[in-house]
Design a protein around this ligand. Structure first.
Ligand SMILES: *[C@@H]1O[C@H](CO)[C@@H](O)[C@H](O)[C@H]1NC(C)=O
Ligand SMILES: *[C@@H]1O[C@H](CO)[C@@H](O)[C@H](O)[C@H]1NC(C)=O
Ligand SMILES: *[C@@H]1O[C@H](CO)[C@@H](O)[C@H](O)[C@H]1NC(C)=O
Ligand SMILES: *[C@@H]1O[C@H](CO)[C@@H](O)[C@H](O)[C@H]1NC(C)=O
Length: 503
């Protein structure tokens, strides 16, 4: 059965954006605080969005960002030509729905319960089992300080940035979806060995808990002693290769671009001024509070937008933030995504930011492809990186998927590695080629939120998928990561690209 998904049009939409002020530890916040660049206040023509994707409506698009777990999802993971063998799967997820990271002064924070209860919506058939299983987490292995991070959200009034029940359910569903997708390929058969699973997370509770929910949905038997959770200090998952001055320079330039675009947007400026007036706040204070982050949370949870908290008996008309204001901020963020693509600084930042992660991903694939059949239990079959939007967004950009939408809550990027049957396509491998890939050749598929985007990537865009080989050859990916990607920066190595003199 040849069941490769016809690649759907990648929706162009991108939502939230805005770079964090510090590249490594801070979460990117929708509508992040204004940078410090010196903006020239120049009126700017609002670019016409260049696609007709329906979700470019800022409100509809925001609902997509929420990723409310109330419908069946498409998942093209696990589709391959008949007789191909699945060797490994590497997944990067963004954490699920969370409480805002900032609050809007003079308004009431959204009322959301972050304890887990199977009786509350949205729920999941595995939720109670998940809650009880997490109670035994001290039987797992935790790198550095991860052992002291709570394994379940558990505050009746959510704390800032805490994962919500919606976020847990989103990842139970992701895990279960992939379990179904890979079932017949026995990726991790029961009795899997600890070496077949690689889990890494940042030190935030929302990523760690998201990763655990995903694993609980995915693993046929979640045997704690077999699980080791590793710690990535940087949100870029750059391990021991985080030092990269050129990356920081590109990020600063990118932030200046973003700042200039924002202050040049007259409609945005007047909307912020109007919001600040309504709440009786200095404009700067309102902007520093990232109102869009909080408004998104209200929207995702079906709560009315916040109003000025008046003293009891205060009287007068109630001043509330409005959908129109929300829509203007989101519209500007969509413009920003388009501008960001066009200017290209972000792509350069992203290549450097994600090289260490992609290099490790490539190395793991190469090892799995070379393993002799029967020795699979010694190789990683599932690698999971529980990450943030500031990880997933540069990953997509580094792969050349710049048209992809901004990572929604519980977004997933999946790398699949396949091996063709011996001499598939009727042509035996040429002498010397395919050496070390026993019984056929290795191929890669890439999926974003369940959609097959393999042939939209920079490493396989030109590849003819209707040829004898319907998937993307692993060697394309390897040479992209090790050479072509860095050539975008006129460098032949990561070190060289990072330490090159500017200019
Ligand atoms: C799911 O929830 C969203 C709101 O987040 C709503 O717009 C949509 O209609 C709902 N879909 C279904 C199938 O209930
Ligand atoms: C959650 O918090 C409550 C109250 O603080 C406590 O009784 C309960 O044991 C906690 N549950 C878990 C799973 O940590
Ligand atoms: C990339 O991975 C290879 C192993 O495949 C390693 O030798 C090399 O040092 C890595 N390079 C960087 C820049 O991380
Ligand atoms: C790479 O070199 C080309 C030609 O010399 C130049 O036009 C381009 O700007 C350089 N790119 C970078 C990122 O340095």
């Amino acid at each position: 059965m040849l069941s490769i998904a016809a690649p759907h049009l990648l929706l162009v939409l991108l939502a939230v954006n805005l770079m964090p002020t510090t590249p490594l530890e801070k979460e990117q916040v929708p509508g992040g605080a204004a940078g410090t660049g010196l903006g020239k206040s120049r009126k700017r023509v609002i670019p016409v969005p260049h696609t007709k994707a329906p979700e470019l409506d800022p409100i509809a698009e925001a609902y997509g960002y929420c990723n409310t777990p109330n419908r069946t999802e498409q998942a093209w993971e696990g589709h391959s030509p008949a007789d191909y063998t699945l060797l490994s799967v590497q997944v990067m997820i963004r954490h699920g729905d969370r409480y805002p990271l900032y609050s809007i002064p003079k308004t009431k924070r959204p009322t959301i319960d972050c304890t887990l209860s199977p009786n509350r919506k949205p729920s999941h058939p595995q939720l109670s089992a998940f809650i009880s299983h997490m109670a035994n987490g001290d039987r797992g292995h935790w790198e550095s300080t991860l052992g002291s991070v709570p394994r379940l959200p558990n505050h009746s009034a959510c704390e800032m940035g805490e994962l919500t029940q919606t976020g847990v359910v989103q990842h139970l569903r992701n895990g279960q979806l992939l379990l179904q997708a890979y079932k017949r390929h026995s990726l991790l058969p029961s009795g899997w060995s600890p070496r077949q699973l690689w889990v890494e997370t940042t030190g935030k509770s929302r990523t760690l808990q998201s990763g655990l929910a995903f694993l609980f949905g995915f693993l046929p038997d979640f045997d704690w002693p077999k699980v080791t959770v590793r710690h990535q200090w940087s949100t870029l998952f750059c391990g021991a290769a985080c030092d990269c001055p050129a990356r920081n320079r590109y990020l600063e330039e990118e932030q200046r671009r973003q700042y200039r675009l924002r202050v040049g947007d007259a409609q945005l400026e007047s909307t912020y001024a109007e919001m600040a007036r309504a709440l009786g706040l200095p404009n700067r204070q309102l902007r520093a509070a990232n109102p869009i982050d909080s408004l998104l949370c209200h929207l995702c949870h079906g709560l009315p937008f916040p109003c000025l908290q008046t003293a009891p008996g205060g009287g007068g008309a109630k001043a509330c933030l409005t959908m129109e204001q929300f829509s203007v901020i989101r519209r500007q963020q969509l413009d920003d995504e388009a501008d960001k693509r066009q200017v290209g600084l972000y792509r350069k930042y992203a290549v450097l930011a994600m090289h260490p992660y992609l290099n490790r991903t490539a190395a793991r694939m190469e090892r799995a492809a070379r393993a002799k059949p029967g020795t699979a239990a010694a190789e990683v079959a599932l690698a999971l990186a529980a990450a943030h939007d500031v990880t997933v967004a540069p990953l997509l950009s580094a792969l050349g998927l710049e048209e992809a939408r901004f990572p929604r809550f519980a977004a997933r990027v999946v790398f699949e590695l396949w091996r063709s049957p011996p001499a598939a396509g009727g042509k035996p491998p040429a002498k010397g080629k395919g050496k070390g890939t026993p019984g056929g050749e290795a191929f890669v598929r890439l999926l974003y939120d369940g959609e097959d985007v393999t042939f939209h990537t920079a490493f396989c865009r030109g590849h003819k998928r209707h040829g004898a080989r319907p998937l993307c050859p692993l060697k394309n990916f390897l040479s992209y990561v090790r050479r072509d990607m860095l050539a975008l920066l006129n460098a032949s190595s990561y070190q060289e690209a990072c330490y090159k003199r500017p200019g």
